[in-house]
Design a protein around this ligand. Structure first.
Ligand code: SF4
Ligand code: SF4
Length: 311
């Protein structure tokens, strides 16, 4: 299952970054696909990006909301909130585990052999909510300049995905931009190195501490259509699920936690007691799968009997 998840993560990263003409055009893709909202964190200004980033789009809407309301562009905002709201309502934070390119980058870095520190202090889980509330919503909305425009605070001062996927490639493609570099860029470069370096020793540190999109999707984990459930009668409280969890949680003690990215490693690699299941709208997907397998075996057995009878 982990191999399938990696394949899906890779496919999603390639689909959201599928514009490979950028070395020739030396600019970002601006075609019709750019109206689609990427489900994961993926910088709009990455030269290969075919979609736009939901967190960047929310800030762009809010920083100019006074004008966009007048021009009717608030429909764009409704679309962005609507699409990530729909993803959250359907899957909770599963998108982080299966579709986010920056999540994949952190997971690959964590495979580099080194000393590992699986845990992070509990209080470090909360800055991501501050990022969502202040850097994505309130600051772009209320801290405006003399032209009544705000700044995209998260993109401008923090986002390591933007620096890695857009800032550095654009500097390579357009050398003239290097003359404009200042403190803001070096601050973002610092945060990029912090999170990429930290990913080598600790699993998904950006997702666990800082990502506002993960914070948003996590709010849906208890009410989403697809959910992981615990059968308390089967759970022995052995704690093995905590040993494989990339988000550092013990599933049976935190069912529905906003930290869970739905990677299913606890289900597939840890719990041998069958205490964890995936439910879609209350239906047990594994039970459906088992029933399907049984049916297929019955059909196969019946056709073999028919063949033997015919011989
Ligand atoms: S691995 Fe399974 S049985 Fe053990 S604590 Fe986790 S959910 Fe319970
Ligand atoms: S609790 Fe299970 S599904 Fe959730 S992140 Fe941890 S290992 Fe993955």
């Amino acid at each position: 299952m982990e191999t399938i998840r990696k394949l899906i993560q890779t496919l999603a990263a390639l689909l959201t970054n599928g514009y490979w003409l950028f070395p020739a055009t030396r600019n970002i893709y601006q075609g019709p696909m750019k109206i689609i909202c990427s489900p994961g964190l993926n910088c709009y200004s990455c030269p290969a990006s075919t979609t736009y980033c939901p967190i960047g789009a929310i800030q762009q809407l809010l920083l100019g909301v006074r004008f966009t309301l007048e021009s009717g562009a608030f429909y764009v905002g409704s679309y962005v909130f609507g699409s990530i709201g729909l993803i959250g309502a359907l899957t909770g934070r599963l998108t982080c585990g299966w579709l986010c390119p920056f999540g994949l980058i952190q997971e690959l870095l964590h495979k580099i052999p080194s000393v590992k520190f699986p845990t992070i202090p509990g209080w470090l889980r909360y800055p991501k909510y501050g990022m969502l509330l202040f850097f994505v919503i309130l600051f772009p909305l209320f801290l405006t300049n003399e032209w009544d425009m705000g700044d995209p605070w998260f993109c401008k001062y923090v986002c390591p995905a933007g620096t890695l996927e857009a800032g550095i490639p654009m500097l390579l493609l357009q050398p003239d931009l290097r003359a404009t570099l200042g403190l803001i860029f070096y601050n973002k470069l610092f945060w990029m190195f912090v999170f990429l370096g930290w990913s080598v020793t600790t699993s998904r540190p950006f997702c666990r501490t800082t990502c506002p999109l993960g914070a948003f999707y996590g709010l849906f984990n208890r009410i989403s259509l697809i959910q992981l459930r615990l059968d308390e009668e089967k759970c022995t409280d052995c704690g093995i699920c905590a040993q494989v969890c990339p988000m550092g949680i013990q599933f049976n003690k935190s069912v529905g936690s906003p930290e869970c990215i739905g990677c299913l490693r606890c289900l597939n690699e840890a719990c041998t007691f069958g205490a964890i299941s995936v439910k879609c709208g209350g239906l047990d997907l594994q039970a459906l799968n088992r029933a399907g397998l049984r049916k297929a075996q019955q059909i196969q057995a019946a056709s073999q009997i028919d063949q033997q009878g015919g011989n």
